[in-house]
Write a protein that binds this ligand. Sequence first.
Ligand SMILES: [Zn+2]
Length: 224
Amino acid sequence: MFLDLSSYFNQANFRAGFSLGDFSYNSKNDRKQLAENLELKSENLVIPKQVHSHHVQICTTPGELADTDTVISHSTDIVLSIQVADCIPLFILDKNSKMFGLIHAGWRGTAKGIVGKTMSEFKRINEQTRDMIVLIGPSIKQCCFEIGPEVAKEFSKDFLIQGKGDRSFLDLQGVVKTQLLNAGINSENIIDLNECTCCQPDKYYSYRRDGKRAGRMIAVCGWV
Ligand SMILES: [Zn+2]
């Protein structure tokens, strides 16, 4: 099964999807399968090696990419993909320029400013942000995202709830939303699916819940 998120973008030819835990996970083949389920051409897939960085890559040709956590394209012949299991998948579309992208936003990349950096790349092509839509996909939410002081110190107290001892709970989606607003995205164009991966074992993989053996979900988007 997968979530077809295309309708959130309200563009006839734009497709976006997210695989659920029971989608047959088998490394690269799954991306092809998901792309084809969305009517996207699997031979046009871009597959980045993700490294929790704030590297942003503009993609003009399909294939595998070295270390990057944001992929962006303005080509209708490119299909973007990333994988996640608790980190936030951010789907971005600028309806005006037709530019689109995916961010793998975990706490490390978010603390390093990957969201703002990505938005700057979009604004280099089109300064107007009013036609930009950003969707926050299934990811670990504050209910389950317990962190230690070394992670907490990277974030404003506004996004932390005190836990036991020196532990706290981080609202990473809240951090990301604030960064998007600061980048000029309209609040009504920020869509949060509000789904916690850790809370829903029947639906999602979760690194926090399942550990190193956790599977991965795939996010794919592109133009048909
Ligand atoms: Zn939860």
